[in-house]
Design a protein around this ligand. Structure first.
Ligand code: 8X3
Length: 255
């Protein structure tokens, strides 16, 4: 590894799905990882399995984020400091149309996807700048690139997260901070659709029904690991990743 090869990462949303798969991928690739999520029990199991360090925190809470920053600073102090921040925490709640939109769901989605990303980036930017070869990767969604019926609240949050990713790339270029967006389409994880649909397993299963091969969390983690593992002067600005069966958000082949 050259001296500019990134190797010390913070990964949020690590308790399940793409976040947990990303922690596993990075550990396999030889990274030091601080894995972050609210659910301590799941994090502990992941830490035991992978050798990542676990830190339980809610990315929407300022005090949690400050404690996370301090913990990570200490953890990576003798390893060259944090060089990579991967924002995977977030998610969807509800599929209501605007006519019946639930403001609490919208508020939760804005907090988790947008303010959570902002809080984490803001907390670690001073260290990424002083490192000299920092990377931020934000996991957005194809829902942040095109709107769809029943998607408005999630679309609004993901369009916003996509926008702050673009602004960040412009703002931080003088500090040599690389900013990557990974925007997945249909990914079958244990929790995404279940959370969105209020725990209705049958409805969640229908989201993927008949789709020959939806993406898996591991597929997306593979892409994330590739993007952050590239030499630092290469910036994959935006990676859109879908299953082949999904030619566009609204064009999904079901057999
Ligand atoms: C998930 C993609 O199509 O469910 O972020 O909005 S979609």
């Amino acid at each position: 590894m050259s001296e500019n090869t990134p190797k010390n990462a913070v990964v949020t949303g690590a308790s399940s799905g793409i976040g947990a798969a990303t922690v596993r991928q990075l550990r396999r690739d030889g990274w030091n990882v601080v894995a972050v999520a609210r659910r301590a029990d799941r994090l502990t199991a992941l830490a035991e399995e992978t050798g990542a360090l676990a830190f339980a925190a809610d990315v929407t809470r300022d005090d949690d984020v400050s404690r996370l920053r301090d913990f990570t600073t200490d953890a990576f102090a003798r390893l060259g400091g944090v060089d990579t921040v991967i924002n995977i925490a977030g998610g969807a709640r509800g599929t209501d149309r605007i006519a019946t939109a639930d403001a609490d769901d919208w508020n939760w989605m804005y907090q988790a996807n947008v303010l959570g990303t902002m809080n984490i980036v803001k907390a670690f930017l001073p260290q990424l700048r002083s490192h000299g070869h920092g990377t931020v990767l934000n996991l957005t969604s194809t829902a942040g690139l095109a709107a769809y019926e029943g998607g408005a609240g999630y679309n609004a949050a993901k369009f916003a997260q996509h926008a702050i990713t673009n602004a960040l790339r412009l703002e931080e270029v003088e500090h040599n901070v690389r900013v990557i967006e990974v925007a997945p389409g249909l990914v079958q994880t244990e929790e995404f659709a279940l959370n969105r649909l209020g725990g209705d397993k049958e409805a969640a299963d229908k989201v993927y029904q008949g789709v020959e091969k939806p993406l898996t969390a591991e597929d997306v983690a593979d892409v994330v690991g590739y993007a952050v593992g590239l030499p630092h002067h290469i910036n994959l600005d935006q990676i859109v990743v879908r299953p082949v069966a999904q030619a566009a958000n609204h064009k999904l082949v079901r057999k």
